[in-house]
Design a protein around this ligand. Structure first.
Ligand code: ATP
Ligand code: MG
Length: 307
């Protein structure tokens, strides 16, 4: 496959514990979290979920940060790989620039274990990205292994981890493009999680994303599945949001998670405080929605593993 095959058109732009971890902020006694804790099943190889949509600003990074936090809250060991040169996942988690980044990992200059840094959230770490990641595509030539750099780095991480400290979820925050970075994410992932903003053109571009996923499944990663589509930034004050929800559910059916992430000012504010919304305001509607989404993700994981 050439990178051109998957390029975007130029026109578009981690328990078992019955209660939440004691080191999580006040308020985590919520019954949803207790239910969630029952679902956690540590495993040696992490489940790798690529959070992807070539459309910009649909909630990929917000979902990576807050789904990651909600999964960590119930005891999962979560690693976010920031695969976007914008580096928003790093800043949104309040992590300073570091000497090692995703670029160093993908180019073989550092291991994931060396580049990963802890966050304020227990059990949640991140491999941060910096703007130099833009050079990855240019510098990786046309070697056949270039699509598998991330997959190979994750395999090395898994091989080096102690079983009782193993990462259980890897969430990959993809850039708003179907470029070589996103191809690396899809080639490394077990499944794709697609955030879709509740807006008039919500479905626009989705066909292209789904056909890219299918192409990568056929050519690079036969195990790749669609995990689900999460509707984001739902505004209950507008009938447009309801219309979009109906349309998307009609077209995509059960692929759409039951959970809908509401448009919520606390979600929008939290990155500027360098905190996931679950630490910024645990009780707001956005936090509660991401807890519910984590519960659904874990439930789907169970079904996918059993199938
Ligand atoms: P990009 O394609 O640029 O990487 P993205 O898909 O990662 O964008 P985000 O950065 O997560 O999208 O979100 C875009 C903007 O919308 C951000 O300012 C974010 O704070 C805001 N936002 C995301 N989700 C919500 C929400 N549920 N309520 C309010 N604001 C939100
Ligand atoms: Mg982003």
């Amino acid at each position: 496959m050439s990178d051109q095959d998957v390029k975007e058109p130029s026109s578009k732009p981690d328990t078992g514990a019955a209660a939440p971890a004691a080191d999580f902020p006040a308020g985590t006694t919520d019954s949803q979290v207790v239910v969630l804790a029952d679902h956690a099943e540590p495993a040696k190889a992490p489940r790798v979920l690529a959070i992807a949509n070539q459309k910009g600003g649909v909630g990929k990074t917000t979902t990576a940060i807050n789904l990651g936090t909600a999964l960590a809250a119930v005891g999962e060991r979560v690693l976010i790989i920031d695969l976007d040169p914008q580096g928003n996942a790093r800043t949104g988690l309040g992590v300073d620039e570091r000497p090692l980044s995703t670029f160093d990992v993908l180019t073989g200059q550092a291991t994931i274990v060396a580049a990963r840094v802890p966050t304020h959230v227990p059990r949640l770490s991140i491999v941060p990205a910096t703007i130099d990641l833009m050079a990855f595509e240019r510098g990786s030539g046309d070697s056949s292994g270039r699509h598998y750099r991330l997959r190979d780095c994750l395999a090395a991480m898994t091989a080096s981890e102690e079983p009782d400290m193993a990462t259980s979820y890897v969430l990959i925050d993809c850039p708003p493009s179907l470029n070589l970075l996103t191809v690396n994410a899809l080639a490394a992932a077990n499944a794709v999680l697609v955030p879709l903003q509740c807006e008039f053109f919500a479905l626009e571009g989705l066909a292209q994303l789904l056909s890219t996923v299918e192409e990568i499944r056929v050519r690079l990663n036969p195990k790749l599945q669609i995990h689900g589509v999460v509707l984001t930034m739902y505004d209950q004050r507008t009938s447009l949001s309801d219309q979009v929800v109906d349309d998307v559910r009609r077209v995509l059916g059960e692929k759409v998670y039951t959970t809908i992430i509401p448009r919520n000012v606390r979600v929008a504010e939290s990155p500027s405080h360098g905190k996931p919304v679950l630490l910024y305001d645990y009780r707001c509607s956005g936090s509660q929605a991401y807890i519910q989404l984590a519960s659904e993700v874990i439930e789907r994981e169970r079904r996918m593993r059993a199938a």
